[in-house]
Design a protein around this ligand. Structure first.
Ligand code: AMP
Length: 277
Protein backbone atom coordinates (compact mmCIF):
# COMPACT_ATOMS: atom_id res chain seq x y z
CA UNK A 1 0.00 0.00 0.00
CA UNK A 2 1.40 3.36 -1.03
CA UNK A 3 1.37 6.02 1.66
CA UNK A 4 1.02 9.37 -0.05
CA UNK A 5 1.90 12.32 2.14
CA UNK A 6 2.12 15.30 -0.21
CA UNK A 7 0.20 16.84 -3.11
CA UNK A 8 3.26 16.35 -5.34
CA UNK A 9 3.49 12.66 -4.46
CA UNK A 10 -0.23 12.29 -5.14
CA UNK A 11 0.12 13.98 -8.53
CA UNK A 12 3.05 11.69 -9.40
CA UNK A 13 1.00 8.64 -8.33
CA UNK A 14 -1.98 9.83 -10.37
CA UNK A 15 0.16 10.27 -13.50
CA UNK A 16 1.71 6.83 -13.07
CA UNK A 17 -1.43 4.75 -12.54
CA UNK A 18 -4.12 3.97 -15.06
CA UNK A 19 -7.50 2.27 -14.83
CA UNK A 20 -10.55 2.97 -12.74
CA UNK A 21 -10.03 4.47 -9.31
CA UNK A 22 -12.43 4.07 -6.42
CA UNK A 23 -12.05 6.66 -3.65
CA UNK A 24 -13.13 6.26 -0.03
CA UNK A 25 -12.78 9.59 1.83
CA UNK A 26 -12.52 9.27 5.62
CA UNK A 27 -11.44 11.14 8.71
CA UNK A 28 -9.70 8.08 10.14
CA UNK A 29 -10.38 6.23 13.42
CA UNK A 30 -11.53 3.51 11.08
CA UNK A 31 -14.20 0.94 11.94
CA UNK A 32 -16.22 -1.68 10.08
CA UNK A 33 -18.43 1.05 8.55
CA UNK A 34 -15.43 2.55 6.77
CA UNK A 35 -14.16 -0.88 5.78
CA UNK A 36 -17.54 -1.70 4.22
CA UNK A 37 -16.96 1.24 1.86
CA UNK A 38 -13.53 -0.16 1.02
CA UNK A 39 -15.13 -3.55 0.33
CA UNK A 40 -17.74 -1.92 -1.90
CA UNK A 41 -14.96 -0.14 -3.79
CA UNK A 42 -13.17 -3.45 -4.25
CA UNK A 43 -16.45 -4.93 -5.38
CA UNK A 44 -15.98 -7.96 -3.16
CA UNK A 45 -19.73 -8.50 -2.99
CA UNK A 46 -19.98 -9.08 -6.69
CA UNK A 47 -17.01 -11.41 -6.49
CA UNK A 48 -18.56 -13.38 -3.66
CA UNK A 49 -22.10 -13.69 -4.97
CA UNK A 50 -21.06 -14.74 -8.43
CA UNK A 51 -18.15 -16.86 -7.39
CA UNK A 52 -15.98 -15.22 -10.01
CA UNK A 53 -14.91 -11.68 -10.71
CA UNK A 54 -17.46 -9.84 -12.81
CA UNK A 55 -16.50 -6.63 -14.50
CA UNK A 56 -19.35 -4.73 -12.91
CA UNK A 57 -19.77 -1.01 -13.53
CA UNK A 58 -18.13 -0.06 -10.24
CA UNK A 59 -15.33 -2.56 -10.45
CA UNK A 60 -12.30 -0.44 -9.73
CA UNK A 61 -8.75 -1.24 -10.73
CA UNK A 62 -7.40 0.69 -7.74
CA UNK A 63 -8.84 1.68 -4.40
CA UNK A 64 -7.57 4.85 -2.74
CA UNK A 65 -8.55 5.82 0.82
CA UNK A 66 -7.98 9.32 2.17
CA UNK A 67 -7.55 10.03 5.87
CA UNK A 68 -7.87 13.70 6.73
CA UNK A 69 -9.56 15.17 9.80
CA UNK A 70 -10.93 18.20 7.99
CA UNK A 71 -10.91 21.20 10.36
CA UNK A 72 -13.26 23.30 8.21
CA UNK A 73 -16.18 20.95 8.82
CA UNK A 74 -15.91 21.18 12.60
CA UNK A 75 -17.93 23.97 14.11
CA UNK A 76 -16.74 23.24 17.66
CA UNK A 77 -13.01 23.40 18.36
CA UNK A 78 -13.31 20.91 21.26
CA UNK A 79 -14.87 18.35 18.89
CA UNK A 80 -11.93 18.76 16.49
CA UNK A 81 -9.32 18.61 19.26
CA UNK A 82 -10.81 15.45 20.73
CA UNK A 83 -11.49 13.68 17.44
CA UNK A 84 -10.02 10.17 17.82
CA UNK A 85 -6.72 9.49 16.08
CA UNK A 86 -5.81 5.83 15.56
CA UNK A 87 -3.57 6.29 12.51
CA UNK A 88 -1.24 3.32 12.94
CA UNK A 89 -4.15 0.92 13.47
CA UNK A 90 -5.98 2.53 10.52
CA UNK A 91 -3.02 1.96 8.22
CA UNK A 92 -2.72 -1.64 9.33
CA UNK A 93 -6.40 -2.26 8.64
CA UNK A 94 -6.21 -0.67 5.20
CA UNK A 95 -3.06 -2.62 4.35
CA UNK A 96 -4.71 -5.87 5.47
CA UNK A 97 -7.79 -5.01 3.41
CA UNK A 98 -5.63 -4.73 0.29
CA UNK A 99 -6.10 -1.00 -0.32
CA UNK A 100 -3.76 0.27 -3.03
CA UNK A 101 -2.97 3.73 -1.69
CA UNK A 102 -3.76 5.95 1.25
CA UNK A 103 -3.63 9.73 0.96
CA UNK A 104 -2.62 11.47 4.20
CA UNK A 105 -2.62 15.22 3.66
CA UNK A 106 -2.44 17.99 6.27
CA UNK A 107 -4.28 21.29 6.51
CA UNK A 108 -1.68 23.37 4.63
CA UNK A 109 -1.71 20.95 1.72
CA UNK A 110 -5.48 20.91 1.34
CA UNK A 111 -5.98 24.61 2.08
CA UNK A 112 -3.06 26.53 0.51
CA UNK A 113 -5.48 29.49 0.40
CA UNK A 114 -6.27 29.10 4.11
CA UNK A 115 -9.91 28.36 3.13
CA UNK A 116 -10.44 31.71 1.41
CA UNK A 117 -12.22 29.82 -1.34
CA UNK A 118 -15.04 27.54 -0.29
CA UNK A 119 -18.02 25.75 -1.68
CA UNK A 120 -21.45 26.70 -0.40
CA UNK A 121 -24.82 25.10 -0.95
CA UNK A 122 -27.68 27.36 -0.05
CA UNK A 123 -30.65 25.14 0.58
CA UNK A 124 -30.41 21.61 1.98
CA UNK A 125 -27.10 22.40 3.74
CA UNK A 126 -28.91 24.89 5.96
CA UNK A 127 -31.38 22.30 7.27
CA UNK A 128 -31.18 19.42 9.77
CA UNK A 129 -27.49 18.97 10.73
CA UNK A 130 -26.64 22.20 8.87
CA UNK A 131 -29.01 24.18 11.09
CA UNK A 132 -27.18 22.96 14.17
CA UNK A 133 -23.65 23.00 12.75
CA UNK A 134 -23.21 26.27 10.83
CA UNK A 135 -20.64 25.97 8.04
CA UNK A 136 -20.31 22.21 8.48
CA UNK A 137 -21.45 21.25 5.00
CA UNK A 138 -19.45 24.04 3.34
CA UNK A 139 -16.39 22.40 4.86
CA UNK A 140 -17.50 18.94 3.76
CA UNK A 141 -18.28 19.96 0.18
CA UNK A 142 -15.08 21.99 -0.12
CA UNK A 143 -12.84 19.13 1.00
CA UNK A 144 -14.65 16.52 -1.09
CA UNK A 145 -14.36 18.73 -4.19
CA UNK A 146 -10.63 19.10 -3.53
CA UNK A 147 -10.19 15.34 -3.06
CA UNK A 148 -12.08 14.70 -6.30
CA UNK A 149 -9.94 17.22 -8.18
CA UNK A 150 -6.71 15.77 -6.80
CA UNK A 151 -7.46 12.05 -7.00
CA UNK A 152 -9.80 12.12 -10.01
CA UNK A 153 -11.70 8.99 -8.97
CA UNK A 154 -14.18 7.24 -11.26
CA UNK A 155 -16.26 6.16 -8.27
CA UNK A 156 -16.46 7.55 -4.75
CA UNK A 157 -18.04 5.74 -1.82
CA UNK A 158 -20.06 7.37 0.95
CA UNK A 159 -22.09 5.94 3.81
CA UNK A 160 -25.82 6.38 4.25
CA UNK A 161 -25.00 6.97 7.90
CA UNK A 162 -24.36 10.58 6.85
CA UNK A 163 -27.46 10.73 4.71
CA UNK A 164 -27.69 14.51 4.34
CA UNK A 165 -24.00 14.65 3.43
CA UNK A 166 -24.50 11.94 0.81
CA UNK A 167 -27.39 13.85 -0.72
CA UNK A 168 -25.40 17.10 -0.82
CA UNK A 169 -22.41 15.40 -2.44
CA UNK A 170 -24.65 13.88 -5.12
CA UNK A 171 -26.12 17.36 -5.68
CA UNK A 172 -22.64 18.90 -5.95
CA UNK A 173 -21.57 16.30 -8.52
CA UNK A 174 -24.61 17.14 -10.66
CA UNK A 175 -24.34 20.89 -10.23
CA UNK A 176 -20.66 21.02 -11.20
CA UNK A 177 -20.80 18.29 -13.89
CA UNK A 178 -18.17 16.29 -12.03
CA UNK A 179 -16.98 13.13 -13.72
CA UNK A 180 -17.36 10.85 -10.71
CA UNK A 181 -20.09 8.41 -9.74
CA UNK A 182 -21.25 8.45 -6.14
CA UNK A 183 -21.95 5.04 -4.63
CA UNK A 184 -23.99 4.98 -1.43
CA UNK A 185 -23.35 2.24 1.11
CA UNK A 186 -25.69 1.01 3.88
CA UNK A 187 -25.24 1.85 7.55
CA UNK A 188 -23.11 -0.65 9.49
CA UNK A 189 -24.24 -1.08 13.09
CA UNK A 190 -22.87 -2.59 16.27
CA UNK A 191 -24.61 -5.76 17.46
CA UNK A 192 -26.78 -3.63 19.77
CA UNK A 193 -27.97 -1.42 16.90
CA UNK A 194 -25.79 1.63 17.49
CA UNK A 195 -24.59 3.01 14.15
CA UNK A 196 -20.82 2.70 14.01
CA UNK A 197 -19.04 6.02 14.31
CA UNK A 198 -15.53 7.17 15.16
CA UNK A 199 -17.01 9.39 17.85
CA UNK A 200 -18.44 6.34 19.65
CA UNK A 201 -14.91 5.83 20.99
CA UNK A 202 -15.44 8.97 23.06
CA UNK A 203 -18.61 7.78 24.81
CA UNK A 204 -18.15 7.05 28.50
CA UNK A 205 -18.98 3.45 29.52
CA UNK A 206 -22.35 4.62 30.86
CA UNK A 207 -23.13 6.64 27.72
CA UNK A 208 -22.12 3.66 25.58
CA UNK A 209 -24.76 1.58 27.38
CA UNK A 210 -27.44 4.21 26.76
CA UNK A 211 -26.42 5.02 23.17
CA UNK A 212 -28.22 2.05 21.46
CA UNK A 213 -31.50 3.54 22.72
CA UNK A 214 -31.10 6.18 20.02
CA UNK A 215 -31.64 3.71 17.16
CA UNK A 216 -34.09 1.64 19.20
CA UNK A 217 -36.25 4.73 19.71
CA UNK A 218 -36.06 5.72 16.05
CA UNK A 219 -37.41 2.36 14.93
CA UNK A 220 -39.93 1.98 17.79
CA UNK A 221 -43.63 1.96 16.99
CA UNK A 222 -44.33 5.55 18.10
CA UNK A 223 -44.98 9.01 16.67
CA UNK A 224 -42.22 11.56 16.10
CA UNK A 225 -43.36 13.57 19.10
CA UNK A 226 -43.24 10.47 21.32
CA UNK A 227 -39.80 9.53 20.03
CA UNK A 228 -38.51 13.00 20.90
CA UNK A 229 -39.99 12.82 24.35
CA UNK A 230 -38.66 9.34 24.91
CA UNK A 231 -35.13 10.30 23.86
CA UNK A 232 -35.18 13.35 26.12
CA UNK A 233 -36.36 11.24 29.04
CA UNK A 234 -33.43 8.82 28.52
CA UNK A 235 -30.98 11.74 28.62
CA UNK A 236 -30.46 12.64 24.96
CA UNK A 237 -30.35 16.29 23.97
CA UNK A 238 -32.27 16.08 20.68
CA UNK A 239 -31.22 18.42 17.85
CA UNK A 240 -33.85 17.24 15.40
CA UNK A 241 -35.99 14.37 14.20
CA UNK A 242 -37.15 15.07 10.66
CA UNK A 243 -38.24 13.31 7.51
CA UNK A 244 -36.04 13.85 4.46
CA UNK A 245 -36.78 11.94 1.25
CA UNK A 246 -37.88 8.52 2.43
CA UNK A 247 -35.91 8.58 5.65
CA UNK A 248 -36.32 9.60 9.22
CA UNK A 249 -33.16 11.55 10.12
CA UNK A 250 -32.14 12.30 13.68
CA UNK A 251 -29.34 13.91 15.66
CA UNK A 252 -28.97 14.02 19.41
CA UNK A 253 -26.19 14.50 21.93
CA UNK A 254 -25.32 12.26 24.80
CA UNK A 255 -23.03 14.25 27.06
CA UNK A 256 -20.34 15.72 24.78
CA UNK A 257 -20.97 13.32 21.93
CA UNK A 258 -23.34 14.10 19.10
CA UNK A 259 -24.85 11.03 17.46
CA UNK A 260 -26.61 10.95 14.09
CA UNK A 261 -28.63 8.15 12.55
CA UNK A 262 -31.40 7.55 10.04
CA UNK A 263 -33.84 4.85 9.06
CA UNK A 264 -35.88 4.27 5.90
CA UNK A 265 -39.54 5.17 6.50
CA UNK A 266 -40.74 1.89 5.03
CA UNK A 267 -39.05 -0.01 7.87
CA UNK A 268 -41.19 1.87 10.40
CA UNK A 269 -44.55 0.47 11.38
CA UNK A 270 -45.89 3.74 12.73
CA UNK A 271 -47.19 6.08 10.00
CA UNK A 272 -44.57 8.83 10.27
CA UNK A 273 -45.07 10.46 6.89
CA UNK A 274 -47.27 13.50 7.17
CA UNK A 275 -47.22 13.58 10.95
CA UNK A 276 -45.84 16.70 12.54
CA UNK A 277 -42.93 16.57 14.95
P1 AMP B 1 -16.02 9.77 8.51
O1 AMP B 1 -14.67 9.19 8.74
O2 AMP B 1 -16.91 9.78 9.71
O3 AMP B 1 -15.98 11.10 7.80
O4 AMP B 1 -16.75 8.79 7.51
C1 AMP B 1 -16.18 8.46 6.26
C2 AMP B 1 -17.20 7.75 5.42
O5 AMP B 1 -17.61 6.56 6.10
C3 AMP B 1 -18.48 8.58 5.19
O6 AMP B 1 -18.92 8.37 3.86
C4 AMP B 1 -19.44 7.99 6.19
O7 AMP B 1 -20.79 8.13 5.82
C5 AMP B 1 -19.01 6.53 6.19
N1 AMP B 1 -19.45 5.88 7.41
C6 AMP B 1 -19.19 6.27 8.69
N2 AMP B 1 -19.81 5.46 9.57
C7 AMP B 1 -20.48 4.53 8.83
C8 AMP B 1 -21.32 3.42 9.16
N3 AMP B 1 -21.61 3.10 10.41
N4 AMP B 1 -21.84 2.69 8.15
C9 AMP B 1 -21.56 3.02 6.85
N5 AMP B 1 -20.79 4.04 6.48
C10 AMP B 1 -20.25 4.80 7.45
Amino acid sequence: MQRIKSIEALQRYRKKVSGRIGLVPTMGALHAGHLSLVTAAQNANTKRTNGKKVNAKNDNDLVVVSIFVNPTQFNKSSDLEKYPNTLEADLQQLEAAGVDAVFLPNFEMIYPDNYQFQLTENSLSKLYCGAHRPGHFDGVLSVVMKLFNLIKPDYAYFGEKDYQQLSLIKGMVQAFFLNVKIVSCPIIREADGLAMSSRNLRLTPIERKIAPQFYATLISDTSLADKKQQLASIGFDVDYLEVMDDRLLAAASLGEIRLIDNVPLDTLTHGIRGTSS
